[in-house]
Design a protein around this ligand. Structure first.
Ligand SMILES: [Zn+2]
Ligand SMILES: [Zn+2]
Length: 299
């Protein structure tokens, strides 16, 4: 595995710059990842970089997990994405679904975050599993990747009819005279409908942590403001929630961006990033709770 990782890293090092944007107080006294050649490790996260963290209001402290061996697995995943140019790795080239091509990440939709978790299962075996953030080209589920934090069928049952209605209202708004009472009324109705839909979507999310506790998004969230759209859909929450629900002990997590630079120019192709402040930090305290005793292991 080490040889393979080195190969991937060397191959990628010319094309991809690796760096991590770290939260404050990140470095802890453990050796750097020896398996990576120095050229690749420069500017890249090391095994002792904290990749995910969040304040836990129940323990009144910050919980965290390291990038650890997940970095090597991310490099492997990058290589696979470059080689296959698609994310449905479980099928052959002939049966690949065009929706899962990586071309999608370099077009109009732009790139997205990918992550890998290294875990230990109940039998003591070490494995890894990947995640993509949010949906991939309209799909929440792709074989071999962790699922979201809600029942996908229920999600579609709730969102499809309302989104249809919202689109219909949009057409009516375009048709009516700008600034008229009729147009303003529909704009207001559309806002109310969107807000109600968001509440219904939030109610679908169920968070499980390593104390065996479950919480709604509202109970898990610690931020001072409202819950941002997409909270719970990043890679780290998906991976941690999956681990907690399947008796896996996460050992490390790393996340990187793949595809065309995002509009706000805060995410660039092939770079590593730690968990986001806006959506993830306020829920990671809950999701990581009960894990910090084992997360110090670097495997
Ligand atoms: Zn996030
Ligand atoms: Zn806690």
């Amino acid at each position: 595995m080490v040889q393979g990782s080195t190969y991937f890293c060397t191959k990628l090092s010319n094309k991809i710059q690796q760096q991590i944007i770290l939260p404050t107080s990140t470095f802890l006294a453990t050796p750097a990842l020896a398996a990576l050649p120095p050229s690749c490790a420069t500017g890249a996260p090391t095994s002792d970089s904290v990749s995910c963290s969040g304040y836990c209001k129940f323990c009144r402290k910050t919980h965290h997990i390291y990038a650890g061996a997940a970095i090597r697995h991310c490099l492997k995943l990058m290589n696979l994405l470059e080689e296959k140019k698609r994310i449905d790795f479980s099928v052959t080239d002939e049966t690949a679904d065009p929706r899962f091509s990586t071309d999608y990440l370099f077009g109009e939709a732009r790139g997205q975050m990918f992550g890998v978790m290294v875990y230990r299962d109940q039998n003591g075996s070490v494995g890894s599993i990947p995640a993509f953030s949010c949906q991939y080209n309209g799909s929440w589920l792709v074989d071999g990747w962790v699922p979201p934090l809600f029942d996908v069928k229920l999600f579609h049952d709730i969102t499809f009819p309302v989104e249809k209605e919202i689109k219909k209202m949009g057409r009516e708004i375009d048709f009516l005279k700008k600034g008229s009472l009729a147009q303003n009324t529909i704009i207001h109705q559309r806002k109310t409908l969107s807000r109600k839909l968001m509440k219904k979507i939030h109610a679908l999310y169920s968070f499980t942590n390593f104390r065996g506790e479950t919480a709604s998004i509202r109970q898990a969230f610690t931020g001072p403001n409202g819950i941002p759209t997409g909270t719970g859909d990043c890679c780290a929450p998906k991976l941690l929630n999956y681990a907690a629900g399947n008796n896996l002990t996460p050992l490390s997590i790393a996340e990187f961006y793949w595809g065309r630079e995002n509009k706000s120019k805060t995410r660039r192709h092939g770079l590593f990033y730690s968990s986001c402040q806006e959506k993830c930090s306020p829920i990671l305290g809950f999701l990581l709770c009960g894990l910090h005793d084992v997360s110090c292991e670097h495997i």
